[in-house]
Design a binder for this molecule. Structure first.
Ligand code: PDD
Length: 285
């Protein structure tokens, strides 16, 4: 089946989908994105993703190019045309096309909108969750505005590649004080020996993950105690469990850090239960 992409008002064959060479997203990474889980052909947590999108755009002073309702129609239509039942939909909005100049265009430009959708292998995700993934640590080297879901992901690209070259699936950034901030494309969590679930506060150093936000509700349902604070790599190695969260991986157990096992090196019960129950608190529409 041929894939379809939405580009600035048209649905086009994926292989021909293109933006202008002077799109500011292409030249300056001057844009933002969202990745939304698709489950049973429906969108997971669209409202929260759209709220974060609006915030990212506002922080960068990029205008919202269409109403949220219209954007919802485009997201669903892209999912439908690609016949995605389980997977993700990707949305990118850049400041638009203008002659190359670092400062904002002086004449008003229309932001560029691109939407793609793809299937994810549901069974492969479950298999990964059953065995857990390895992570490696890398020095935090990103700009401080990681709260903005910007397409400027070069440090994340290099971190993920470092993970891959070491046989791991994710890289955890460690800041100058030795604390884990987050993964290259996920939020980081541990479960302590006292059964406390710990994740960094979203006030600094991390993207406020939508999966993270939803999971806070699931934690409450399960009667688990949350501690929003930074943790070190040593604390994670000494923890009962570790895991990461993102729209594409949901709750994914971490069983090794830099080649050393977390607890007994097997996925934990808390991560398993949180993964199982995640969609009870997600909004599916
Ligand atoms: N990544 N932190 C970073 C740096 C991320 O890139 C992501 C998401 C998250 C988790 O956010 P959420 O739960 O809203 O997916 C945290 C997406 C999935 C990506 O880049 O593909």
């Amino acid at each position: 089946m041929s894939r379809i992409a939405y580009v600035n008002g048209s649905y086009v064959p994926h292989g021909e989908a293109a933006v202008h060479v002077e799109d500011r997203g292409y030249q300056f990474a001057d844009g933002v994105y969202e990745v939304c889980e698709v489950r049973g052909g429906r969108l997971v947590d669209e409202r929260r993703h759209m709220e974060r999108l609006e915030r990212s755009l506002k922080e960068l002073r990029i205008a919202m190019p269409m109403t949220l309702k219209a954007l919802g129609v485009v997201l669903r239509e892209t999912v439908r045309r690609n016949r995605v039942r389980d997977g993700i939909v990707y949305l990118q909005i850049t400041r638009g096309v203008a002659p190359r100049d670092h400062a904002f265009p002086t004449k008003p430009v229309v932001p560029s909108v691109v939407v793609t959708a793809k299937r994810l292998d549901f069974a492969a995700g479950e298999k990964s969750a059953a065995t857990g993934i390895a992570v490696v640590t890398v020095a935090e080297n990103r700009w401080p505005r990681v709260d903005i879901k910007s397409v400027a992901l070069l440090p994340n690209v290099l971190a993920k590649q470092a993970a891959r070259e070491q046989g791991a699936k994710e890289a955890w950034y460690v800041d100058a004080s030795g604390h884990v901030t987050e993964g290259s494309s996920s939020n980081a969590w541990i479960v302590t020996k006292q059964n406390k679930v710990v994740t960094r506060s979203a006030e600094s150093g991390i993207l406020r993950g939508i999966t993270r936000s939803v999971l806070l509700d699931v934690l409450k349902d399960q009667g688990l105690t949350l501690e929003e604070r930074a943790f070190t790599v040593d604390e994670a190695l000494d923890a009962r469990e570790a895991f990461v969260t993102s729209a594409s991986q949901l709750v994914m157990p971490v069983v090794a850090i830099d080649g050393r096992p977390v607890a007994n090196g097997a996925p934990g019960l808390v991560a398993g239960a949180l993964r199982r129950d995640f969609h009870t608190r997600a909004e599916i529409s």
